[in-house]
Design a protein around this ligand. Structure first.
Ligand code: NDP
Length: 279
């Protein structure tokens, strides 16, 4: 039986087993996907176990996304650019890796709002952590010409802007209104959730009237940030879909068939997060 997994420390919160088990059952594949709590000092020895046997790969989450790189034979170009990975698989005896967060974000955006053109206008991103890095990389690949980064710790936004080059600008809080007035897409990647009480509370009325608003946080399913966006009449993109779409590539690499993100899967995971969820 083919085995795959997700590793992190902690890992108990992960919904990935629910997603992959759904696809395994739906496709009738003789496989299993489990979560493993792996402490930082055990990361190298865990990844070594993927080199042989029926355990053919793993998803990697916090705090291992960067450090796992040191144990991989063939990181793809995306991993090299962003310096982090979230999916490892074995191919011809070698351990390969990619990062699916950025593509998962864009796939969710396209599925949620099929008529949107996310690359056509400037984008403002709140947050400068690992997920912001993946999303900036993918938005640049999609052809976005201007990305503004706003972060509580300004120096981290500056580091990202320097890393990605002239299309990416770190902005201070006093420049947010100007950035929002130009942006066709606003994305929250901070773990704060940006409630109205947050120190990053936004001047919502400055945001371009037609702008789309996305949050990558998916607990709760509709975050205070998305509620505020809705209250200001912006189309919203919740984060759960990104979690589902980022899982597609790993499943295909390990189990050999490309799965589909369906409404049924979405509702299954949504109910696991919020038992009162109604489609
Ligand atoms: P990181 O720890 O790398 O970055 C966290 C970011 O949030 C930093 O920019 C940090 O700012 C900011 N932040 C944290 N607390 C606050 C606060 N109180 N006020 C303002 N800003 C704050 O995390 P990741 O980028 O990996 O993940 C961020 C979130 O995205 C998590 O909640 C994670 O669960 C979610 N996520 C969702 C995915 C999905 O598939 N939907 C995929 C990946 C992540 P500072 O630099 O100042 O500390």
């Amino acid at each position: 039986m083919i085995k795959a997994s997700v590793i992190g420390w902690p890992i108990s919160h992960s919904r990935s087993p629910l997603i992959h088990s759904y696809w395994l059952k739906q496709m009738g594949i003789d496989g299993i996907y489990q979560k493993h709590a792996v402490e930082p000092q055990d990361l190298g020895s865990f990844i070594q176990t993927l080199r042989n046997g029926d355990h053919v790969g793993t998803n990697v989450t916090l705090p291992h996304k960067e450090t796992a790189l040191g144990h991989i034979d063939e990181p793809d170009d995306r991993v090299r650019r962003i310096g982090a990975l979230n999916t490892i698989w074995r191919e011809n005896g070698r351990l390969c890796a990619t990062s699916t967060d950025g593509p998962g974000f864009v796939a969710n955006l396209r599925q949620t709002l099929p008529n949107s053109s996310p690359a056509a206008q400037p984008v403002t991103i709140l947050g400068a952590g690992g997920s912001a890095r993946s999303i900036i990389d993918e938005m640049l690949r999609q052809g976005v010409d201007r990305i503004y980064i706003v972060n509580r710790t300004f120096s981290r936004a500056e580091t990202l802007a320097e890393h990605f080059g002239p299309h990416v600008t770190a902005i201070n809080t006093n420049e947010i209104a100007s950035a929002l007035s130009q942006s066709g897409l606003l994305i929250n990647t901070t773990s704060a959730g940006l409630s109205e009480q947050s120190e990053l509370a936004l001047p919502w009325t400055s945001l371009k009237a037609t702008a789309l608003v996305a949050d990558i946080v998916y607990t709760p399913l509709i975050t205070p940030f998305l509620q505020a966006a809705k209250a200001h009449d912006h189309p919203i993109v919740p984060g759960l879909g990104m979690l589902l779409h980022q899982a597609v590539v790993g499943f295909e690499k390990w189990f050999g068939q490309r799965p589909v993100v369906t409404q049924e899967l979405h509702d299954l995971v949504a109910r696991d997060i919020d038992p009162d969820y109604k489609p």
